[in-house]
Design a protein around this ligand. Structure first.
Ligand code: MG
Ligand code: ZN
Length: 216
């Protein structure tokens, strides 16, 4: 069996389990999104600002994927939401089975939204369906504006692009318009937001949009 055959088999098995997760989410009326980005783009910070904004309005749970350490889960736990940590021990993506195992530790009847923070990586998380309703990709202004052209697979599979750290625009070589254009060239359906977790600019627009998806 060639390497490509093995990889296809792994992805087929993953898709099967992802479908089981998706049915479970639908039965429990839970809106699920999968947060993906390079390391350091601000997934956990966006998550924190989102939890802050939704507190008292929407019942949220979080699955935190990390290669090592539970630092991010500790940050999230401060917002008084159920959080399950998955440590991949070097693994560079979450898969549907890891998420399914984590779901056993969350009481699904009590939540309306599940946010999955994936491992920081723009390559393989694009190919692993977890059963989510959508992938939300974050790119920070410090990364420049050519990320979509370098990692087209992720932008093709995502529904939302968040351009984060816009407070740093005066100091970095990045045009948000160019970044958006590059992303839309790959996926014209992408919905885009511009945010700063420091000034909180754009956070309420993003949160209000995500709440509207819940009621669709
Ligand atoms: Mg993080
Ligand atoms: Zn991987």
């Amino acid at each position: 069996m060639g390497i490509i055959t093995i990889e296809r088999k792994i992805l087929e098995k993953n898709d099967e389990i992802a479908q089981q997760n998706r049915e479970l989410f639908e039965r429990n009326k839970i809106f699920v999104f999968n947060l993906v980005s390079s390391p350091g783009s601000g997934k956990t910070s966006i998550l924190e600002r989102t939890l802050e904004h939704l507190a008292g309005k929407i019942k949220v749970a979080v699955i935190e994927g990390d290669v090592q350490t539970d630092f991010d889960a500790q940050r999230v736990a401060k917002y008084n939401v159920p959080v399950v940590q998955i440590v991949t021990h070097g693994g560079c993506h979450l898969d549907a089975q890891l998420v399914q195992d984590a779901l056993n530790k969350i009481s699904l009847q009590n939540i309306q939204m599940l946010i999955i923070e994936n491992v920081g990586n723009l390559v393989c998380p694009a190919n692993y369906d977890l059963g989510e309703a959508m992938k939300v990709v974050i790119v920070s202004t410090t990364e420049g504006d050519d990320k979509p052209l370098k990692y087209p697979g992720m932008f093709l599979n995502a529904s939302v692009l968040i351009i984060n750290k816009i407070d740093l625009l005066p100091y970095v070589n990045c045009s948000p318009n160019q970044l958006k254009q590059n992303a839309l060239q790959i996926n014209p359906k992408l919905i885009t937001f511009e945010t700063s977790c420091t000034t909180k600019e754009g956070i309420s627009e993003w949160c209000e949009w995500i709440v509207r998806q819940l009621h669709k």
